[in-house]
Design a protein around this ligand. Structure first.
Ligand SMILES: Cc1cc2nc3c(=O)[nH]c(=O)nc-3n(C[C@H](O)[C@H](O)[C@H](O)COP(=O)(O)OP(=O)(O)OC[C@H]3O[C@@H](n4cnc5c(N)ncnc54)[C@H](O)[C@@H]3O)c2cc1C
Length: 392
């Protein structure tokens, strides 16, 4: 793979909106990605393997629970810092950002927000250092966009719960030590349970042959009469709103992360267009290629403004689920369009692993689908502005 010469575009001088601390956090993450992720990621993606050696470094740059309070081992940062870290990690690879997002927003967040003090103290510090990796089991074979229909269930057996069912498409599943699993009780109410590797009847088969997020491990969670201790139930929130609250936090991070992938594709295509000569001039001197680059930087700049404002609203506790949906939907589609155009700008070279673009493009096909598909987010915006849910 080519050396990482990444230079981040900042067309509207948005760095002026960041504090010195934000810039330090971002630059630290950026330097780590250049040094540790870029040199190895293509190889791991080609082999469809998650690079586990990155786990301690991810913890150090704040990639695990950046906004979780320091008393539980988190970095205690604000939402803009969280977003900037996600942007930089996804600039390297969406699969690595997925591991970070799942750990932070789908495992640490529910334990912090919906767990009790014993659960927080038991799990959060280990998750913050990466000693434990977690996964989040919501999606089922027959319930993806409609998770409320889930059939995974648990029964109260007096001194424990008995868990049965299956989850699929679960990031980190094949090697996670713990899983936050969403299941229905006998009354049909959804609760979160912490399931630990080693519990009898709990298996996590890996999903193979993905063309996307190849450097992220995906698998199933299978529960065959798993005895879950009663103290592993998250006591402080139940109902579908509980997992959806985690998704708000993860989707917000994805909105930032997608900008990272887009910036990497734009920067690569820009440099290539200045160097690649055809018909005796750089291809960047042609109107058609300039149109692509001009549209890319315009869309990146709009997405940067959208996420920065959303970050301010989240810091103030005012961001709505629908606002987060809009940013996730817009930014991922923007990044996918940019990746496709950038891929074309590199001609034949664009399909090789010499450059990061094709890997980003394939990764983004998952990102546009998971955590609510592109169309489902449109329906969320539609419901928000009209007042009519159009899901059913
Ligand atoms: C690589 C990867 C990692 C993932 N990681 C996780 C994870 O860690 N944890 C987890 O729980 N899940 C995870 N997922 C699952 C992901 O969230 C789901 O794939 C996603 O929610 C879509 O569900 P589905 O695949 O069942 O598609 P479906 O829900 O079957 O949707 C199929 C199509 O129908 C459309 N559609 C559905 N309903 C409507 C409607 N009412 N109106 C119009 N169109 C509709 C959708 O937009 C989509 O285009 C992951 C997925 C992938 C691919």
């Amino acid at each position: 793979m080519k050396p990482d010469l990444f230079k981040a575009p900042d067309y509207y001088l948005l760095d002026d909106l960041l504090t010195e601390e934000h810039k330090l956090i971002r630059d630290t993450a950026r330097a780590w990605v250049k040094k540790e992720v870029s040199p190895i990621i293509e190889d791991f993606a080609q082999r469809a393997e998650f690079p586990k050696q990155l786990i301690p470094g991810l913890a150090e740059i704040g990639g695990f629970g950046p906004y979780i309070p320091t008393e539980y081992g988190g970095a205690g940062l604000d939402q803009i810092s969280y977003g900037l870290i996600m942007q930089e990690i996804e600039r390297g690879d969406s699969g690595i950002r997925s591991t970070s997002s799942v750990q932070s927003s789908l495992v640490m967040y529910p334990i912090w927000k919906y767990g009790n003090e014993e659960q927080r103290k038991k799990y959060l510090p280990k998750l913050a250092t990466g000693e434990y990796i977690g996964c989040f089991g919501l999606t089922e074979p027959d319930y993806g966009s409609n998770p409320g229909g889930m059939v995974t269930n648990f029964k109260d057996m007096g001194d424990h719960y008995l868990l049965n069912g299956a989850k699929m498409w679960i990031s980190n599943a094949p090697f996670a030590q713990i899983a936050v699993v969403w299941a229905k009780n006998e009354e049909g109410r959804i609760h979160g349970l912490i399931v630990e590797r080693g519990m009898e009847g709990f298996t996590t088969p890996e999903t193979h042959n993905k063309w996307s997020l190849r450097a992220s491990a995906t698998g199933e969670l299978i529960f065959d009469n798993v005895k879950v201790p009663k103290e592993n139930l998250l006591p402080n929130k139940s109902g579908l709103g509980a997992p959806l609250g985690c998704l708000d936090s993860a989707r917000y991070g994805i909105a930032w992360g997608a900008i990272g992938a887009a910036m990497d594709c734009y920067d690569t295509a820009l440099r290539y267009s200045q160097e690649r000569i055809q018909f005796d001039k750089p291809i960047g001197a042609t109107q058609l290629q300039q149109k692509k680059l001009a549209e890319m930087i315009t869309e990146i700049t709009k997405a940067q403004l959208l996420t920065w404002r959303l970050g301010v609203l989240r810091n103030e506790g005012r961001a709505t689920t629908a606002q987060i949906s809009m940013a996730k939907r817009n930014n991922v589609a923007m990044a996918l369009d940019i990746a496709r155009d950038a891929r074309q700008m590199l001609g034949g070279m664009g399909i090789t692993g010499e450059y990061s673009i094709m890997r980003h493009m394939m990764n983004l096909e998952s990102v546009v689908t998971y955590e609510g598909t592109h169309d489902i987010h449109l329906l969320i915006t539609g419901m928000d502005v009209t007042g009519f849910p159009a899901f059913k």
